[in-house]
Structure formats: C-alpha cells, structure tokens
Write a new protein. Sequence first.
Length: 390
Amino acid sequence: MRAPAGVDEVLRYANDARILVVDDEPANTVLLERILRSFGHRQVTATTDPLEAWTLFEHGLRQHAPFDLLCTDLHMPGLGGLQLIERVTAATPQGDFLPILVLTADLQPAAEHEALVRGAQDFVTKPFRKEQIQLRVGNLLRTRYLHLQLRDHAGRLEELVRERTIELEAARLDALERLASAAEYRDHATGRHAQRVGLLAALVGERLGLPEEEVELLHRAAPLHDVGKIGIPDHILLKPGRLTDDEFSQMKEHVAVGSRLLSQGRSRLIVMAERIAAYHHERWDGSGYPRGLRGDDIPLVGQIVAVADVFDTLIHERPYKHAWPLAEAVEEIRRQRGRWFAPRVVDAFLALVAGRPELVTDLDGIVVGAVGGDDDAGDHARPVERPGED
C-alpha cells in the first residue's frame, strides 16, 4: 500500500497495513490474528499452509496490493519458514522493503541466525507475550512506513528533476532556435531556409521509412543545421562574391561552432541536432568536411539534411546566384547520387519529388513568397564557383 503523505500518520498506516500470518498450528494463527486485531490492525490474513501463504503473497504483488509485513513460523511441513522467507525476499521488487517477523519455538541461536541471514528482520520465540507482538510489529511497520515515505519522496524529487531538465532543455532549444534564426536574418531577408530544410528532411525521412517519432524529431532538429553561423563574421557570411581560401576555411568553422552549441544535450532532439550540425557537410565519397567521412560512416540524419540543404539552396535565389529551375535542381541532386549524396537518400528524394508536384509550393508556403538560402551552399552546389567545391 502507498504510504500516507504526512509523517504523523504512522498509526493510521499501521492500522491499514496488510499483514500476512502463517503458522501450521491453527491455535497459533488464531491467537496471533486476535492479538494483531486487538491493536487496531484491520487487514490481517492468516493461514496454516505455507504454500497458500506464498500464493497469497504472489497474488498481492500481481494486484499491486503487496503485503506490508510477513509473520511466519520456521518449522512447517511442505514449505519451511526459511524457504518461504527466501521466496518472498527474492520476489520483493528491487528497492522495496518488506519486513519479516519470525515466530518460532526453536530456541537454538543457529535458527535465529539463519532466519536473519535469509532475510528476516526480527525474531520472537514462543510462547510470546502480547506486548512483544505489539512492540515488534509496531517497530517493523514503522520502519516500512519510513521506507515508503523516503521512496515516495525520492520519486517526487526525481520527477521534479525530470520536469526541470525538460524545462531547461526546452529553454535551451528555444535559445538555439533563436540563434539559428538570427544567423539566417543576418544572411538574408526571410530567414526561412532552415524551416524549409526541416520540412524537406522530414519528408525524405518519411520516404525512407523512418519511425514517425524520428521523422518528427528530424523536422524539429534539421532547422538547427547551420546554427553555428552565428559565429561567422558578417564580411564572410554576407559576401556576395567568391570566397577566398581563407574565408572559406573560416566559413567551414560554422560546423564546429554549431556542434559546440548543441553539445551535451540530454534530449533526443538536441542530440540529433548536434549530429546534423556536425555531419551535414560530409559527402558520400569522402570529399566533405570536417572529417572527410565516407558512405554510411556519415549518420543517416546528416545524409538526409545534406540533400535537403543543397536542394533548397539551388531552387532559391542568393546574392551570388539565381534560383535554378526545379528540373535542373532535381537533376543536379540525381547527378550527385553516389558522389556527394547517399544513393538511398537520393532515391527517396526523387520518389518524393515525383509523387509530390506541389513540393516547392509546400516549402515556400512556410512563408508566402519566401526567398532565401544558405550562404555556404557552394560547399555542395557545383555550379556555384567557390573554393573547395570539387
């Protein structure tokens, strides 16, 4: 049973505690049950059959109504008290505390020692006095009550920590999303490239058969792919013409900056976003950056966002290029199959485009008339002449 909320309600808890009594002598079970009830314990179950006691104990666990105290004899036919103690102790859920009181006529010290070793908490020899039972049972139930209180308190603290962690992660995600938006607004007027990449990546992921939850995570994580651009100087980020080798090297640093901003996240969303930020500029043939990974050494989410990022850039105008016609942009993605992009991701993308003629409208529908792109898209888009393309 669940412990009451107030620490001053031990008595009420003890009165409602479920007590299981087992002794093969009917007179003993009747006497003990009578004593316990006389002290206000209302839920006493007594049996002379230790196997029945074990069945009752198991049933209580299955019904989520476990016993709070076991009172058992030692020497009984069929199933001895020591064996019963072992079974009950083994079946008690980890982290739970079930007090066991042994009542026996065996006066040998070895019997007491063995019972305590097997899992009993207290030991009373027969014939027992009424006052003994009152004190021993009271102490054991008080101990269990305190254990339940501590367990419930620990559970509440864990829940508070979880809630606080979720709040902190949500606040962190909000800050990161704002940083990503700030980086985009520095780059162009609309700041919607990231959101379009998120939608397109999710649609491709869906085509690949990713679980619905993964698709939703991808939808939310992909827009953070270029959050590291917040650390790129304006004269590089906003440069309309060709970047020098040094400028391009600085531009590539946005991957490391983004990875650091997203590092040590606890939520699956931020962990995925970190992987995307770190790997979306890797190429299938190993010619990408920052690590030059090849093939499926590149995480799938990085492979997906690489295609979504380049395609959205190609079909939208940038200061250094005109928007490509849809057919030419699709053909460029097809041409890079097995070179820059993972074949299965390209196949899923092509199937998406073929089955969804309104795709570009859907993407631009995030903001009516949205025009924008990724300033370093030349890292991937071959026709944009920038250092390090080929």
